[in-house]
Ligand binder design. Sequence first.
Ligand SMILES: [Fe+2]
Length: 237
Amino acid sequence: MDEHFYFKQLTSGRDFAVDNGFAHQMVNHSYCIGDTETRQALLVDPAYDVHSILSVLQNDGMDLVGVILTHYHADHAGGNIAGHEIAGAAQLLELVDVPIHVQQDEVEYLGHAAGLTPDQLKPHQSGSTVKAGKFEIDLIHTPGHTPGSQCLLVEEHLLSGDTLFLHGCGRTDLPGGDPTELYYSLTQRLADVPDTAILFPGHHYSADFSSSMEYTRHNNSVFRPRSAEEWLAAFAS
Ligand SMILES: [Fe+2]
């Protein structure tokens, strides 16, 4: 890996929002991606405690140049879950003025759920890239968990949000969820991600914090069905 690649996986209730019982229960991951040469960095899914997450970058001497949201759900983007108010990108924008990179199909949902207006968002199509210094982050549109869910691929790190976990995948019964789309996201839209890439999901739901895509493709039951029909019979929720 390039010596200047900067990458941190943070866990809610442990690395930030440590006194927040709901954040601890949700075990969300936020990520820092950057270039130690240019000191430019991005945050992925900063939520619950945006001050603490921002201070991780500041303590490392990194400058925030943007935010990427994997999808609109409040535990990733900010908003409300069952009465729990969660800070997110909207609160971060009160501290810093940076672009919020999202998939085009998520813009409307982010407005309703996370209080982010279209002028605060930088919409992308699948295949576009965002730069952290010299490192290009590929944005892969992976609908299914939500219409505009996206996975990020940079330096053989796959950040999958709630599209794919080490075991299992995101649910499809929330607004905008579509199990057929999720099947095609997992089996086709992510098919070009190499086996050597390391999967970094949006929640810490397994004992390990990450695993190779080779291991995941062999051991995660969502890759076992051989057809869309089989997959939907097993996983459509
Ligand atoms: Fe989600």
